[in-house]
Design a protein around this ligand. Structure first.
Ligand SMILES: [Zn+2]
Ligand SMILES: [Zn+2]
Ligand SMILES: [Zn+2]
Length: 519
């Protein structure tokens, strides 16, 4: 495979630009280690600008896979690029080169999973390795559609190799922090592994379960956090464990050396001589004294520092992330044999037969806006989720009954919706309907109407039990769309199916990751 990657260098003088250019060369060949996966060649087209008053002219409307900005010692490279939002929007990833000392970043300065910071000086190998990873990450940002032949090739390879479960493995050098080795082996580097697997879930080819639950950096989503202790009062790390004396009478606490006067112990505060331990004073264990602020305490404060962006936060401020493993369903075998992943999917049936179906990406986008509206004006927003317990059985009856069934389900779900309500196929077998300006009671009315409508159009015995319909109203605990969707899908599923915490849901639009990705 060969890809051309356009790279923009922003430097503070010609010389450093030249040096970077020479180091990068014109081609990067990515050899799979120990013949795992196909090789890949990246042709590098490097453009360079030197910082001056109007350096952005000529580059800000172009698209780049990678921008390397190096202004050591000068102004903050983040601030420099932040002044040019158009350009920032056009670069898939940014590598900031900064002098290692005194690196402090404001929260949110790096776009999660996209931008990186590298402290200078660093070795040539570190720089080249980082550039290689970032280019592969940028290439992986191209959206993966369900019809993408690479998804089918992956399923066929997994079925042939009888590798039915794809599990994540933590990886230091991956931008996300973890990889799926089986996907890497079969699809090669530079693929959005998560997006491919999520596609397969949407099409009922895979199911997923939570495999890892980890904490991540709130600014950049990095998983590499270094924990350490600091003074509970002033956050200084310069503290020592010392023998402490606590004088009962005046409650003064200090180090033993502060109490020592010749052969006696004298309280430095009230000048009383201490005689008997247990009656006059005690020596509490596990105490430390801060060298910066002289605070004495038995407790320290734990802080977490992100190795990727240098942010320093308390453990409570770190963010939970879920990492899933994926297992092929029986449908995977059929799809691999038929050479078609999407033939028998709800979304494709509905796309052929109905109007009013919204792409999932639009659904997520609208939901994001409604959540924002809720935060600002406390306007309620609710979701109605619909799943059929019989869908797999119906699918086995053949494509016609499946198509009929899906349409009945869709009509029941969408009858009587208002113009601003947004219905979509959330994943294979699950319909989601967003109801703006609607609280839970209103959503329950809609749910009942769906149930009635469905029973009326399928007068078979037990039809009223076929649909699982749940309602969720967005609340304080739904910090973002992910959290809400997790609850919504979780509410449907006795099977432990949960939605991904990373929404990689571009449906069929090309190259619109900015809207869909969490940023
Ligand atoms: Zn202190
Ligand atoms: Zn005292
Ligand atoms: Zn970070």
């Amino acid at each position: 495979m060969n890809d051309t990657c356009r790279i923009l260098l922003i430097c503070d003088d010609d010389l450093s630009g030249l040096e970077l250019r020479r180091m990068l060369g014109t081609e990067m060949r990515i050899e799979p280690l120990l013949s795992q996966g196909p090789a890949r060649t990246l042709t590098l087209e490097i453009e360079e600008v030197v910082l001056s008053g109007t350096w952005e002219i000529g580059v800000q409307d172009r698209h780049y896979r990678l921008c390397i900005i190096s202004v050591p010692g000068g102004a903050s490279p983040m601030a420099e690029l932040a002044r040019h939002p158009t350009l920032l929007g056009n670069v898939a990833t940014v590598l900031y080169l900064m002098e290692g000392g005194g690196m402090t970043l404001s929260a949110g300065a790096l776009r999660p999973g996209r931008d990186r910071l590298l402290g200078l000086p660093c070795s040539r190998a570190t720089l080249l390795g980082t550039v290689e990873r970032m280019l592969l990450g940028a290439l992986a940002q191209r959206s993966v559609g369900g019809e993408d032949p690479r998804c089918l090739a992956l399923v066929q390879a997994l079925v042939t190799a009888e590798e039915r479960t794809v599990r994540p493995v933590f990886a230091v050098d991956d931008l996300n922090g973890w990889v799926y080795p089986l996907v890497l082996r079969h699809a090669g580097p530079g693929m959005d592994q998560l997006a491919m697997l999520e596609r397969l879930v949407e099409h009922g080819i895979c199911t997923r379960v939570v495999d890892q639950r980890v904490r991540s950096c709130p600014s950049c989503s990095g998983l590499q956090l270094v924990y350490g202790e600091a003074c509970a009062r002033c956050a200084s790390v310069d503290f020592v464990r010392e023998t402490i004396i606590h004088h009962f009478a005046c409650a003064h606490m200090d180090t033993q050396s502060a109490f020592t006067k010749g052969n006696e112990l004298v309280c430095p505060k009230c000048r009383v001589t201490l005689h008997q331990i247990g009656r006059d004073y005690e020596k509490p264990t596990g105490c430390y004294r801060c060298q910066s602020c002289a605070f004495i305490s038995t407790e320290t404060r734990i802080t977490a520092r992100c190795l990727t962006c240098q942010a320093q936060v308390s453990p409570e401020e770190t963010v939970e992330r879920l990492i899933y493993s994926y297992t092929l369903t029986a449908k995977a075998d059929d799809a691999a044999q038929a050479g078609n992943l999407t033939g028998l999917g709800m979304a494709s049936v509905l796309r052929n037969h109905t109007t009013g179906l919204f792409a999932k990406s639009f659904f997520i986008f609208s939901l994001e806006r409604e959540l924002e509206r809720r935060r600002r004006y406390t306007t309620a927003v609710s979701l109605v989720m619909v799943r059929s317990t019989r869908l797999e059985a119906v699918r086995r009856d053949g494509p016609n009954s499946y198509a009929d069934y899906v349409q009945v389900m869709w009509k029941a779900a969408t009858a009587g919706l208002r113009t601003l309500d947004v219905p979509c196929v959330c994943e294979e077998g699950v319909l989601a309907i967003m109801l703006p300006a609607t609280a839970l009671p209103g959503a329950e009315v809609v749910a009942q109407r769906i149930a009635d409508h469905f029973s009326a159009s399928r007068p078979a015995p037990g039809a009223e039990l076929e649909l699982v319909i749940t309602t969720v109203e967005a609340g304080e605990n739904h910090a973002d769309v992910d959290a809400l969707m997790r609850d919504a899908i979780g509410s449907l599923a006795p099977t432990g199916i949960t939605t991904s915490d990373v929404l990689v849901l571009e449906e069929d639009e090309q190259n619109t990751p900015q809207v869909m990705r969490k940023s």
